[in-house]
Design a protein around this ligand. Structure first.
Ligand code: ZN
Length: 143
């Protein structure tokens, strides 16, 4: 008696033999199958033009999978258009009046360890003599 093996066109799945530690996981013959967009399993396999996740059974069309969705990164630019990052030091480029303070933050004041926020004043920082305050990135430049 000879056994008959039936393979679907182009979507051959090599299933490990019993006794093999991978027995319960279909082994994909293609190495460039993207991970499942739902559960990030690497054990997706192709079927009829779709990819099917062997762990959560999510089906998706690889052609419609968006290339890594761009993260919504907060980008804060200084007065020169340089990208600022958390922890940067910046220099105030003009005198900035501070509510409730008799004197402004002077131009040239160095501000260390800034933290970016997405508010109108997009830099959180501490300035000596003033305490915690918010600055607008357009009034500073990267130190
Ligand atoms: Zn999945």
């Amino acid at each position: 008696m000879s056994r008959v093996y039936i393979f679907a066109a182009k979507t051959t799945i090599l299933t490990a033999q019993p006794g093999n530690s991978l027995a319960d996981k279909p082994v994909s013959i293609m190495s460039e199958i993207p991970p499942c967009p739902k559960c990030h399993s690497e054990y997706a396999y192709p079927s009829d033009g779709l990819l099917i996740c062997s762990e959560c059974f999510h089906e998706w069309n690889p052609d419609e999978t968006p290339a890594l969705v761009e993260e919504d990164v907060l980008q804060v630019l200084d007065s020169n258009g340089n990208v600022l990052q958390n922890g940067d030091s910046v220099i105030v480029i003009k005198d900035l009046p501070v509510k409730g303070m008799p004197k402004p933050v002077k131009a040239g004041t160095k501000v260390k360890n800034i933290r970016l926020t997405d508010g109108d004043h997009n830099i959180d920082c501490k300035i000596e003599g003033f305490g915690a305050m918010g600055l607008k990135s357009e009034f500073v430049r990267k130190a």
